[in-house]
Design a protein around this ligand. Sequence first.
Ligand code: SF4
Ligand code: SF4
Length: 312
Amino acid sequence: MDTQIKIPLITNIQRYSLDDGPGIRTGVFYKGCPLHCPWCHNPENISTRMGLYFHVDKCVRCGSCAEVCPEKAITLPGPDGSPPQRDRDKCSQCMQCVLKCPARALEQVGELLSIEQIVKEAISDMPFYRKSGGGVTISGGEPLLFPVFTLELVKELKRKYVHVAVETSGFGNWEHLSKIAEYVDLFLYDLKHMNPLKHQAVVGVPNNIIHDNLRKLVNLNKKVIIRVPVIAGFNNEKHNFEMMVEFLNTLDCPVEAVDLLPFHNFAEAKYKQLDQNYDYKGAPNMEKEEIAEFVETLQKTIKTTVGGVTIQ
Ligand code: SF4
Ligand code: SF4
């Protein structure tokens, strides 16, 4: 993991969010993640580098982007009306093409924002947080990839009496996580697969660090909601959820709940706009009925929800 990277690019400050913790929230999305889950719903946040969305439907094939590109990374639109193509390996992220495009077909993904700028925007919704029991959720990407920045951000938010949630894969250095945890009210903590080999093979990192960190986090009496993306062909096996129950029951303090997130395909358009490979192209959304037996397995001993909705 590259701990040299100190300041994340921010891809979105999403206000009025209802999905990432209690009440009305503002989501702060970092760019950069050490995992590479092939179903990722925020593919724009995997790379730490600045990116480009290409909205091909807006492109008027004027060729200005290719003319202005100092790296000759963009081909001119074809005479047959085909759109310009960008060679990502040649691109130096200068964003001149974005500035030049008359049709706003090119969009910069990620910008540098200071902690002051983020906090200022976040606290503008303070009345909504107070009324709804909401706050700010730091997400990504992976907040633990930028531990110094995250620590300063959570400290500043707590100074303003904001409820702070952190959405994390749990893959990070415990020393960093424990310091950040002092200023966090709620963790939304991912568990993806209990089998270490499958976890490593598919998402690219071992799960033992994630499990160890969770064990230590609950020992600090921190509120934790486990989130599990349920992905066909990866972790939708009863045995995986039985192992999860077994593991969660060995924790010294219980987690608040497990929230199952059945696969959905809403991110497909983003992969296209980013010109990124997507293994789940055309894959159907998973229906709630398909995860009913996993809910049943979990809720025998742990409060279980689906997509944040409490199951009675
Ligand atoms: S960001 Fe700069 S280098 Fe990259 S394609 Fe656009 S103009 Fe070329
Ligand atoms: S400058 Fe914009 S509209 Fe013109 S070809 Fe490039 S992407 Fe298309």
